[in-house]
Design a protein. Sequence first.
Length: 388
Amino acid sequence: MLTVSKNRPLLTTITGSLPRPGWFGANLQGRPFSLAMTDVAFREQYADGVASFLTDQTRAGLDLLTDGDARCDCDVGGRSWFGYPAERLNGLSGHHVGRGGTASSRDKQPGDLMFEVLETRVLPKVVGPISRGPLEYARVWKSAQRLTRKPVKFGAISGQMVATSVYDTHYKDRRRLIMALSEAMNAELTELAGAGCQVIQIEEPAIHGMVGVDDKEVSSDFLVEAFNREVAGLRAKTEVWAHTCWGNPAAQRTETKRRFYTPALPYFNKLDVDVVTFEAADNGGDEIADFAKAIGDDKKICIGVISHRTLQVERPDDVADLIRRALKVIPKERLIISTDCGFGRQGMSRLHAFYKMVSLVRGTNIVRRELGLEEADVLAADPAGALI
Ligand SMILES: [Zn+2]
């Protein structure tokens, strides 16, 4: 059900992750979050880090905030996006060196940046039946939400994306592995929704990534079925988003070649979610009409108007142009404004991420003004705060 985005045309947010402050070097290193929070150095750095993420987003004027994915360790290419659940779910243990799951080898040979990403994606292997472990999503979310009255979205990797990266010695069957991961995640996310989290973002269906890799798996609807198992019951309690993108490790596309959403769109429309997010900045917005055609009225469409792959900060005018183009095919009531993906996977500095967020809101404000909608207060752009 819609909560935060209900009656909020052109709601603004970011995907989730943010670059850490330089002084935030403490990592969970496999510990349960609640245990790490008894460690003075970790607790201080974590709590202050989250506070700085929330302050930056508030100064930018965003409507829906995130905790910057602060639970993720500082590791190569955002390994921890996979590692956080893989190191905590029951049924996984040890560590596997080598390519796990079904990771494709295209563009990932020695000499390619993505090879180094895969080389360092050392994760526990599946050694027994998978069930919930100490993921503690509700505690992690609360530790951010208690610092602000603005809503904090919680985003986390999907079971099917975990499955693409872990080495399975137990199920030896991709479908059984994916379904077990989906069921464990559902239990975790149900607790998170029950704790009061108003927006939960699942990152992401594996559907678009599997087009051209295993078309039969896509056309069988299995990935839709598994995704919907993962989110089963959540929409009765909270607003559910499906994030989609073309990759983020060290700000890279996971495959160099440009790929298109088109073949995956009918499957996205079957996902049991309130909002589907799409990259629209990195690809110049030229698929927006396709999103509008394929995604039914029961869902909102969230477009990225800021790229996580470039360091040049988009100008507010360019952001406004992209939003105006989207509004030609998507009514403002169904349009949400975000980034293509997160900023925090070893891709850019805090400085870049901050001004990209500010530009996102300043650009949205231009369109809000044209439509007679209330503008967001962008504290960062208030001349009264300038030191010169
Ligand atoms: Zn993404």
